[in-house]
Write a protein that binds this ligand. Sequence first.
Ligand SMILES: [Zn+2]
Ligand SMILES: [Zn+2]
Length: 140
Amino acid sequence: MSSPYQGSCLCGAVHFEVDEIQPQMGHCHCSMCRKFHGAAFSTFGEALTQHFRWTKGEEHLKTYLANNNTQRQFCTHCGSSLRFIPSNDSGRVVEFSMGALDSSCPHQPDAHIYTQDRANWYSIKDGLPEFKGKRLKDQD
Ligand SMILES: [Zn+2]
Ligand SMILES: [Zn+2]
């Protein structure tokens, strides 16, 4: 039985699956996410670690370690951004690129984060809550 949520990179070398996507899903406007995605912001979904697995081509992933100790994983063949790993990673949650998801998702983004780094050519007009930095959470 395959999981309800399937994802892959642009070239198809790397595939992943997710059993359950957490409801919290923010658009991140930080400059690192903008550059990593080549877009106005990134959207990362979260899954508990036991609910996420690479199903094909994990060996094609490359991990970029930034100078703030965050890590980002991408496909070495097509460059698709696939995963973000925070510097204080607890190992409890996996953050994956929503744009790589091939399945529909039951949740909608619920916030904008790191809006202090927002590109000045993009205006937020969807009415979602905005956080200058990290969103205030109970954990992590
Ligand atoms: Zn690829
Ligand atoms: Zn970011």
